[in-house]
Write a protein that binds this ligand. Structure first.
Ligand code: CS2
Length: 475
């Protein structure tokens, strides 16, 4: 089993990571550890938990070491990761996080704060200045609550200390994540610290990235399995698939680890990779999450074990998503899709449909609505994406096909439930109510003609036949 080398354990710190979930620990932390092994450098990471003290407590109790086990049918490979040097819980000592971002030894800040962590309007990317936590954070005398609040305070302190340029790297599943993050940071600065706008533009790089690895939330069963295999209890164990990919825009203003030595791709333009991943992988994932959950499937691999479900997802990819994409040159998209279906079918991961269904309001635009709008505007096939979006509308209504309550986790959950309540079962009213939510569906005038009919038709079918029958009918 691979264990952290002395090169890694003796290295100094060079990166701050905001949003220390399982994904970072199974993805960027591993690339960074492998890059240090390949070419040295002081690139250990200080991880910052934004929302709970659990990860900090768990990690500190085991010297920030943890195992990552890659699992697939008939395959298992574990390693211990030592890339994290320390873990902080931000609300406990916000000043320490700000101080670190400003520190001359830190050259890179990475973020996995989820889509909603950017406090932006999902349809337009603009800063939501009316959010209470943003109102709080824009007054720099207050302790920050949002990622942007920490970042801008850190940048201001860095500017004031004269500590030079820094790379700010968003690793969340947003289209043009670097551009969106940069726009939001600058907009925030304009309101709260206009004096540093020029410095940020000159000195802070916001490269775009495409990140990929399926890392389900750890369950007790997974912890037990990893601990048995390791021969020691690991409360922070992570299980993931063997696959991983990281494509990073070659746009830096400060030193960085040689991630390319660990298999990352440093490219001129990430946009084509991002769109492909968001629409093919994440778009299909959300489709499986909503229609699968409604159809009674608790995990992605359970849903994929139904031949018609798998074939439905393949048709969505082939007939609706692929024609909207610019495929990167020399890239084998057919193999990519074959591999995706294989990855989704991995029975060892138990990736819950409920987990992927979370925060749909923040995910839908880049995952499914782009595909649906583009095809509708071009008069092309759109029924599969339409059914997926209708599946989300049904799901956030909060009642499944058996009449049981769904635990809907979404920042707009109340607003979405209210639309259902007001419509009182009238499918036309439900769809009209949803299409009026501009922060998800965009302004009415930009929506494709006939969108209401497509969604009403799909939602009607879902209510009448149920998700699984709709899928069978489709195939
Ligand atoms: C998933 C992603 O939870 C979700 O929304 O679609 O976390 C997905 O597993 C990753 O993006 C894969 O790279």
């Amino acid at each position: 089993m691979q264990k952290p080398s002395d090169t890694v354990l003796n290295a100094g710190v060079g990166i701050v990571h905001l949003g220390l979930g399982a994904f970072h620990r199974a993805h960027q932390a591993i690339y960074t550890e492998d890059a240090m092994d390949a070419s040295g450098g002081n690139w250990r990471i200080v991880g910052v938990s934004m929302r709970g003290a659990g990860v900090r407590d768990g990690m500190q109790a085991q010297d920030c070491l943890y195992s990552v086990t890659e699992r697939a049918d008939g395959f298992e490979d574990a390693r211990i990761v030592g890339a994290l040097a320390d873990v902080l819980f931000a609300p406990e000592d916000p000043a320490k996080v700000v101080e670190l971002i400003a520190s001359p030894k830190i050259h890179v800040v990475t973020l996995t704060v989820t889509e909603k962590g950017y406090s932006h309007d999902p349809a337009t990317g603009a800063l939501m200045i009316q959010l209470p936590e943003i109102i709080n954070d824009l007054d720099l005398r207050n302790a920050p609550k949002t990622a942007l609040g920490y970042v801008v305070r850190g940048l201001k302190a860095r500017f004031e200390a004269g500590n030079g340029p820094i790379n700010m790297i968003s690793c969340d599943n947003l289209p043009d994540n670097g551009r969106i993050f940069e726009g939001l940071a600058l907009e925030f600065c304009q309101h709260a610290a206009p004096g540093i706008v020029g410095w940020v533009k000159e000195n802070v790089a916001f490269p775009c990235t495409m990140v990929d690895r399926i890392v389900p939330a750890t369950t007790d069963d997974a912890l037990d399995a990893s601990s048995t295999a390791l021969g020691t209890r690991d409360e922070m164990a992570i299980q993931t698939e063997p696959f991983k990919q990281w494509v990073i825009e070659d746009k830096f203003t400060a030193p960085r680890p040689k991630w390319e030595k660990a298999g990352a791709q440093i490219v001129k333009d990430v946009a084509a990779y991002e769109a492909m991943k968001l629409r093919l992988l994440n778009g299909s994932h959300s489709t499986v999450a909503y229609l699968g959950y409604l159809g009674g499937h608790k995990t992605v691999s359970d849903a994929m074990a139904v031949p018609e479900f798998k074939s439905f997802v393949r048709q969505l990819m082939d007939e609706e998503v692929t024609p909207t994409l610019d495929i990167p040159e020399g890239f084998d998209v057919t193999k990519y899709k074959d591999d995706l279906l294989g990855r989704f079918s991995n029975p060892t991961l138990a990736h819950k449909t409920w987990q992927i269904a979370m925060d749909g309001s923040q995910k839908l635009p880049q995952r499914l609505l782009g595909t649906l709008y583009q095809n509708m505007k071009a008069g092309k096939s759109n029924a599969a994406a339409g059914l997926a979006v209708a599946g989300w509308i049904q799901y956030v209504g909060g009642v499944d096909e058996q009449g049981d309550v769904i635990d809907v986790s979404d920042p707009y959950a109340d607003e979405l439930a209210e639309v259902h309540k007001q419509a009182d079962g009238d499918v036309g009213k439900i769809v009209d109510g949803f299409l009026a939510i501009e922060k998800i569906f965009g302004p009415m005038e930009d929506q494709p003609k006939g969108l209401d009919f497509v969604l009403i038709d799909a939602l009607d079918q879902l209510c009448r036949d149920g998700a699984m029958q709709c899928i069978v009918n489709y195939c």
